[in-house]
Design a protein around this ligand. Structure first.
Ligand code: PBG
Length: 329
């Protein structure tokens, strides 16, 4: 073939590279996770997530307006719950004046068009730091689902556009969809964390929300009985297909970079939007390496989000969203 075929012809300058480029990143790709805390005037940096913060509701307003002005039109809300409000049933999660419910209203007040997605899971509310009710060392499935459905309804009532169950209980999408339909929330969507792995990359997030499983007798030390084994691939497709059947509008693979083969498998298999969560540990890793001067932050960041999109992501949930927009501008 050589010299008829010289692949470098398509790489010789910026103009031709731009012309043949296959993947583009824009603000439209991103879903921005936001951490919310009680209080006033609080903007606390998360120790293991440099330049990422927890906001009290008053300061959340400015942050949301800034995101909107940058073209970032979707947020994913998480709340940090005070210890004294935590119990085994996550009772506080259903408080209609709880922090999440107020956070949803706050975002909608300052920016009605901002798409609001909410984390639906018990762990920030659980005294054991688990995504379900703990009983005799077991995470109980069906009773947890009933709570997740009520939590979703409560978020919908407060004005959430999408609920995003991140727990990995079996059948929860069906329970949530059914209750939302029964209560008239036909247009409230579900983004399911459908292929969520039992990953060690969630460490900084658990610092951010103080939500790690507690070290106590009869409490599982990790989430391996509900989150997926990183070694498995077929199982990710099975989980995802089941969630779609149960009523998920958007499915998700989590974490991102280590699981791009799964993203591509799922993208090739399903016909709903696929979200990828570039998780806290992925963020922390790059920030740390850049701080040391070992990696070039912006270039590596763009390479990573481009790779996630190239693998098949339609939506990228990422702590880098603002950084990416800054670099693109
Ligand atoms: C828990 C939840 C986790 C994340 C999102 N929702 C952590 C976990 O499963 O322990 C992790 C996100 C991240 O690491 O950025 N329901």
């Amino acid at each position: 073939m050589y010299p008829l075929r010289r692949n470098r012809r398509l790489r010789q300058n910026d103009a031709i590279r731009s012309l043949v480029r296959e993947t583009f990143i824009s603000p439209n790709d991103f879903l921005v996770p936001l951490f919310v805390v009680e209080g006033n005037g609080v903007k606390e940096e998360i120790a293991s997530m440099p330049n990422y913060y927890r906001y009290s509701l008053d300061l959340l307003k400015a942050e949301v307006k800034e995101l909107w002005s940058l073209g970032l039109k979707s947020v994913l809300l998480f709340v940090k719950v005070p210890d004294k409000l935590k119990d085994n049933n996550g009772t506080e999660a259903l408080n209609k004046d709880g922090l999440m419910q107020r956070a949803i209203k706050t975002v909608k007040d300052v920016c009605p068009e901002m798409l609001v997605m909410t984390d639906v899971a018990m762990d920030p509310y659980s005294s054991y730091g688990h995504d379900g009710i703990v009983s005799d060392g077991i995470i109980v499935n069906d009773d947890t689902n009933a709570i997740l459905a009520e939590m979703s309804l409560s978020h919908a009532n407060a004005g959430a556009d999408f609920v995003a169950p991140s727990d990995m209980m079996d059948g929860r999408i069906f329970e949530i969809r059914s209750l939302l339909e029964d209560e008239g929330f036909h247009d409230t969507g579900i983004m399911s964390y459908s292929a969520k792995y039992a990953s060690a990359f969630y460490g900084p997030f658990r610092d951010a929300l103080d939500s790690a499983p507690v070290d106590q007798q009869h409490v599982p030390k990790d989430k391996q009985t509900y989150q997926m084994d990183p070694a498995n691939r077929d199982e990710a497709i099975k989980e995802t297909l089941m969630d779609i059947e149960e009523g998920a509008d958007i499915v998700m693979v989590k974490p991102g970079l280590c699981y791009l083969d799964i993203v591509r498998d799922i993208k090739n298999t399903v016909h709903v939007p696929v979200a990828v969560y570039q998780v806290s540990g992925e963020y922390a890793m790059l920030k740390a390496a850049a701080e040391k001067g070992w990696l070039d932050h912006d270039t590596v960041m763009l390479e990573q989000v481009t790779a996630i999109k190239r693998a098949g992501a339609n939506i990228i949930a990422s702590y880098f969203a603002k950084d990416v927009v800054r670099v693109l501008q």
